[in-house]
Design a protein around this ligand. Structure first.
Ligand SMILES: Cc1cc2nc3c(=O)[nH]c(=O)nc-3n(C[C@H](O)[C@H](O)[C@H](O)COP(=O)(O)OP(=O)(O)OC[C@H]3O[C@@H](n4cnc5c(N)ncnc54)[C@H](O)[C@@H]3O)c2cc1C
Length: 363
């Protein structure tokens, strides 16, 4: 089939690669001038183990399966990564009960190697840490996500696929047996495809509304949840990822590490009404308070505003976790079209597994 994938983020690239491996003729349309200019360049670059998501959800399934696939991909394609492990820490008895719930869920989700450890054992691993107990997850890691996305793009090219940059998809309609797609941008025009994947991230809902005949009741609400990061100005004190107990809408202000070992903190949760990536330095106050619950040694003035990302959520504050939404022909009754909505965390980890499901739904 001639397959059009809309969006060159990590999910679109993984889908395009999977479609090319399935011998389809693949074109990716990306409205910006490069790959990974959306949500995919503004995240924690953590390979999640699959601890948190309710069992039997798409997030749980694709996180666990996608994580195994991603480690294999990193090894076979030389993508820099490190399985450094992570501690989910409890700083009081109430949090300990929450961490134990996460432990039970992790086991139900089939996550390998997790164990509950005491405060002393956790401090033996990370000397600066304060906690009364922790969940140890050895399968969690970090990845150079840009190398990963370049590797996906490279394999797509090797298999004959291509990316058209500065090519926004403006409208689409189904004219049997083809999808008729109108492009804007530098080389605007209309082309026909056999199958289409809407992996437009924050733009997925707007795009779905421009598909002629797409049932509007099937287009979910888009809720923007900004996550701000602060970098740490001193020498790193942790060598593993440290997460507090999760908060409503996020995993809590955690310690993330990049491949160079630098430490940063975030993301927090800021509900916003429009895209805006400026980091307000005043948010540091909340960061200091939260981080010092598990790292009392954090010095004043050590946090520097860094970057932010926006989670494409399907639910707002207090409404609980939504699942990924992979809408195929069985949902919207339009042939050979798959729309992805709400691909927030762990979308990077889950990308290779999500891609298999999307490609299977195209036939
Ligand atoms: C703060 C934060 C932290 C996160 N941390 C992690 C983490 O540690 N681990 C993890 O696994 N996941 C994490 N995630 C989730 C992960 O980053 C996302 O799930 C993933 O990047 C989504 O990729 P995507 O390809 O769906 O979207 P995007 O990367 O946004 O790609 C969509 C692309 O579509 C393009 N586009 C939009 N509309 C159109 C159109 N009409 N025509 C053509 N192109 C269009 C956009 O320009 C964009 O390039 C995090 C997310 C956030 C926000």
């Amino acid at each position: 089939m001639q397959v059009l994938v809309i969006g060159a983020g990590v999910v679109g690239l993984a889908v395009a690669r999977a479609a090319a491996r399935a011998r389809h003729d693949v074109t990716v349309a990306e409205m910006t001038g490069g790959i990974a200019n959306g949500v995919s360049s503004r995240n924690s670059e953590v390979i999640h183990a699959g601890l948190y998501y309710p069992t039997d959800t798409l997030r749980a399934h694709h996180c666990v399966r996608g994580r195994r696939m991603l480690y294999d991909f990193c090894v076979s394609h030389g993508v820099p990564h490190r399985k450094c492990g992570k501690l989910v820490v409890a700083t009081n008895p109430a949090e300990l009960a929450k961490v134990e719930t996460i432990f039970a869920r992790a086991r139900a989700n089939g996550v390998e190697g997790t164990e509950m450890i005491g405060g002393n054992a956790a401090r033996a691993m990370e000397g600066e840490l304060f906690c009364v107990g922790a969940l140890w997850s050895p399968e969690t890691g970090i990845i150079d996500s840009h190398s990963y996305m370049r590797a996906l793009w490279g394999e797509l090219g090797d298999r004959g696929g291509m990316i058209a940059f500065q090519t926004p998809v403006e409208r689409m309609s189904y004219r049997a047996p083809h999808w008729h797609v109108q492009f804007g941008g530098r080389e605007s025009g209309a082309f026909d495809f056999d199958a289409v994947v809407n992996s437009a991230g924050l733009g997925a809902q707007a795009l779905a509304r421009r598909i002629e005949g797409y049932p509007t009741a099937q287009v979910p609400r888009l809720v923007l949840s900004k996550g701000n990061y602060f970098s740490y100005a001193g020498r790193p004190v942790f060598s593993r990822l440290i997460y507090p107990t999760p908060t409503d809408g996020g995993l809590g202000v955690h310690v993330t590490l990049d491949m160079a070992g630098r430490m940063r903190f975030g993301p927090d949760v800021e509900w916003v009404s429009e895209e805006n990536y400026a980091v307000d330095p005043r948010r540091a106050e909340g960061f200091y308070a939260r981080i010092r619950t598990y790292w009392p040694g954090l010095a004043d003035g050590a946090l520097v505003p860094d970057y932010s990302g926006i989670r494409p959520k399907l639910r707002g504050p207090g409404e609980g976790q939504a699942d990924f939404m992979i809408a195929g022909p069985g949902d919207h009754h339009m042939p050979r079209l798959v729309s992805l909505f709400g691909i927030e965390s762990p979308g990077l980890t889950a990308s290779l597994s999500l891609a298999d499901e999307v490609v299977a739904k195209l036939v």
